[in-house]
Design a protein around this ligand. Structure first.
Ligand SMILES: Cc1ncc(COP(=O)(O)O)c(C=O)c1O
Length: 348
């Protein structure tokens, strides 16, 4: 429950695709640079996009590295949030640019177009829209995505739309729907189908080839990306209708079980509920207990691993614990019994 991955049963077709690839020793050869036949098309179909350029990457995070390195330079600013998935901010720094972290640890727990506008400066070059947000599990309405797309267009910004957790949000809206000309979509297979260790994702760029050409300057995968991972990813998309409802159902049940446990603890609360991702934060600020200590005691005394907020927020990390729930229901139940017990001990 710490890594925010997915340890639910994997669809047999995905396992079969990996095994077949091993049996056929596809790994002896370099994979096709353009990907195994059908994968790029299946990604675009999953997103409901046509004609966009797709670069297969070692997980979504590599695509974000390629995008930030290619499109940013020294002194540029990237409008983002706090909390956020901070490794992307570290990547921004690799281009000697800076992430400007707008505080969204307050209602409505997303970056509103008004807050975005207020934080833009002449140095702003990109808007990073992580939807749903890690760690909050908050997501953006159609109007909010449109509003942020308008902000980006008005200021001629790149819009990097990280949709890593899209599978968990039934009503997800892509920024490409409103701002196709300068939106890059970062796509992941890690969370929904549970392929984090395979390291496969994609960066989806506007049609026409010009942006993709710029991105390729920092693409080191001239020899392709892992073929087993590609086979698994293709099978995941081909069977999505079969596994996604189960995954969503488990998330719903697990977050409800966690909520009941949080309600037992005086001062603990869930700022965002229900989450539209596979995680949310448990706010502990009113309990006076340090999230790092809760993480430690849950792990060492109960073998339940969660993540203290400092990994995801410099400003608010001392207030919350992030809990992920794409885990078997038995694991969520273990958290539900351990959390109140740990909090009782620490409150003494
Ligand atoms: C918001 C966000 N973007 C990107 C990633 C990286 O995803 P991938 O495993 O596809 O590289 C993560 C991983 O947790 C994430 O939370």
């Amino acid at each position: 429950m710490s890594q925010n991955t997915n340890t639910l049963p994997v669809h047999p077709a995905i396992l079969e695709a990996i095994r077949r690839s091993v049996d056929e020793r596809e790994f002896n050869l370099y994979p096709r640079k353009a990907g195994v036949p059908g994968l790029v098309e299946a990604i675009l179909e999953d997103l409901g996009l046509e004609g966009f350029d797709v670069l297969l990457t070692n997980g979504g995070i590599e695509g974000e590295y390629i995008a930030t390195r290619s499109l940013l330079g020294p002194g540029n600013e990237v409008l983002s949030t706090d909390p956020s998935f901070l490794p992307i901010h570290d990547q921004v720094a690799m281009s000697e640019a800076k992430a400007v972290e707008v505080d969204i640890y307050r209602k409505p727990y997303v970056l509103t177009p008004e807050w975005a506008n207020a934080s833009i400066t002449p140095a702003t070059k990109m808007l990073l829209l992580i939807d749903p947000n890690n760690p909050l599990g908050s997501s953006y309405t159609r109007d909010q995505v449109r509003g942020l797309s308008d902000v980006a267009r008005d200021r001629d910004l790149w819009l990097l739309n990280d949709v890593t957790y899209r599978d968990f949000n039934k009503g997800h809206v892509l920024a490409s729907a409103f701002y196709p000309e300068q939106t890059l979509t970062s796509y992941s297979f890690s969370k929904g189908p549970g392929l984090a260790g395979m390291r496969i994702g994609a960066l989806v760029a506007p049609p026409g080839g010009t942006v993709m050409k710029a991105l390729r300057r920092f693409d080191t995968n001239v020899l392709g990306v892992n073929v087993l991972a590609q086979r698994a990813a293709l099978a995941a998309l081909q069977t999505k209708k079969e596994w996604l409802p189960e995954v969503r159902k488990t998330c719903e049940l697990n977050q409800a079980a966690i909520r009941r446990a949080v309600e037992k603890v005086d001062g603990a609360s869930l700022p965002v509920y229900p989450s539209n991702a596979n995680m949310f934060v448990v706010d502990l600020s009113e309990t006076g207990v340090n999230p790092e200590t809760v993480e430690e005691r849950l792990l060492f005394d109960h073998l339940v691993h969660t993540r203290a907020g400092s990994y995801l927020s410099r400003r608010h990390g001392g207030k919350f614990l992030r809990v992920s729930f794409t885990v078997p229901e038995s694991d969520a139940k273990r958290f539900a019994s351990a959390f109140p017990a740990v909090m009782e001990t620490l409150a003494k």
